[in-house]
Design a binder for this molecule. Sequence first.
Ligand code: HEC
Length: 155
Amino acid sequence: MMARSLLWVVVLGALSMPTGGCRWRSSELPRLSIAQVASARVRDTAFSPVERGRFVYQKYGCAMCHGPDGQGGIKNPNSQTGGEIPKLIYVAEGYTVDELKVQILNGVWEIARSDSLGPRPPYRMPAIEWMSPEELDALVQYMMSLMPKGAEEKW
Ligand code: HEC
């Protein structure tokens, strides 16, 4: 009994905490989606290029397919990339800056199938041709920064 009421104190305390410290400052920016907030911040030079790249990533909805911060985890049945949309945290290993830009601007229309006679994987990589060069630069810097620290040191 005692433990349960203590739990409520903790829960209610957390709920009534001021939201000022929240990353999205939801108290100042009511009813805006993450994409809208990100879009407003993409050109804000108070943020570093990598931070702005993160806003670009949010603005264009990359996270819907590649997961928050490129962590992956979204299924794409029968795709050759292990039945999932690839995570992006290791792109620094396999891509140059220019190759990444091409990948984003061109997208991938035909996703390779693991079973060639099986169904077409439901998700494709859209071509995001309308992204501005500044946004693309920041996005690529952000993606290059995703590589986990330990992984870099192996080289
Ligand atoms: C509708 C889902 C979808 C969205 C939205 C999407 N992608 Fe993709 N992306 C894919 C799929 C599926 C692949 C796998 C392509 C293949 O099989 O070659 C992919 C592949 C990639 C790759 C290559 C990864 C690798 O390991 O080779 C990069 C880089 C990438 N996407 C970046 C982005 C960025 C940046 C955005 C946002 C601007 C984005 N994607 C938005 C579905 C998506």
